[in-house]
Design a protein around this ligand. Sequence first.
Ligand SMILES: [Zn+2]
Length: 449
Amino acid sequence: MLPSVNRRKFLKTSAIVASSLQPNLMRAKNSKITVAQSPSRQKSRLKTGSSGGIFIHPWDITDEGIDNCYDFLGDHCGLNEIRAAAIYHAGTFLLPHNPKHMVRWDEGSAFFIPQHPRWRETRIRPVVGTCVDTPGYMHRIVDKARKRNWGMIFFTVFHFNHSMARAYPETCMVDVMGERHGSYLCPANPDVRSHDLAVVEELMDTYGGDGIRYEHLGYGGLNWWSFTLNKIEVPPSPRDKFLLDLCFCASCCHRALVQNIDVYSFRRNVKDHLYHSLPKLPSEWDKGKVDEEWCRNAFEGKLWEYMEMRFNTVTSLFWSVQEIVNRFGGGLMPFRVPYELKKDRYGQSFMNKIDYSKFYPYLKRVGVDPHGKTKDAQQRSLVKQVSQVPEWSEPETMHIQHQYNSKEPLLEKIKMSRNAGIRHHFFHYYGQSRREQLQWIGEGREAWA
Ligand SMILES: [Zn+2]
């Protein structure tokens, strides 16, 4: 934080200065040298063969001092890949080894100042976090990692963002009753879509990211309604919840109308149903499964038509993101693994279906996880999953070091994964782990050496 400058004024000025830069002015006269605004720019070089990474919030790095933090990650943990949050959702964070903020409250922040020329095409801008104290904040984080030849993947939470919802309420989802969502932006909204693409372009181009690990890039719902504690004492039945989660914002309605869907009568039907069913104990129909068969037949087929509109909305957004990432040779990494879904057009989560088959040829890393009760079963499941990874991709696995009270089970899991042929390992949140738990990571470093 700059002591003598009003923070709000400072950030506003930086954003204006950054956004007014012409693309050709962002480079010095010698085209090989870039000016201070974008020293991080370089082509993606996602590590292949092996890597050891960790999820980390930028405040974890800068509160400790970038060099101190990186020395620890390199020397004690043996890691060589940073998975830095670029935009993260609201939360209350307990940070047991943070020297400045042992508890941090955050309402949803971006950790970079928008400066890419692409932001000129957007109406809405990310809400910048309180830890971002200079225009070069994220550049320093990236550049110091690059000096160590570390990888840089940005994990980015797109639509679940309370501060964006507050700044731009008109871009949020709207439920069937007309209630505007308090924390979830709608993927059909053109401003949200251009914001998403500018974020990706910024991270890949300005910061030379190796990849984007995305979360909440589709539609949200009731789970994400509240900032604090949900007061949902009578949870709706699965089908009613599904219907309550549908978005009927102007952008969704417009997309439906373009596809000749009679969205207004469908909306009336859903609303009538919920007014009738929610006050009462759920009927058998309400308690039934939310699956494709139900979805195709409910409301005389109108629900399915509406869902098709949503599938297309989300798939086309994902595809635009994939195209940008491809242009920079980077990797697009989903929250959950789509490899097993290559033939399944709609994937696992029914609410946010996308056409995964479209993305399958571009997978660079595929996440695998042990399943089964016994060690043998887990080992077998890993071997099987690794064998299903397409040849143009590599398996990776996550270890949650802060779940363990001693190092043995963590090291055992690392070893099991390595024995199954996994050479990309990454670990859960740095700042939310205890010191010993982080040190144990280093004892497993041979797995990705
Ligand atoms: Zn919508």
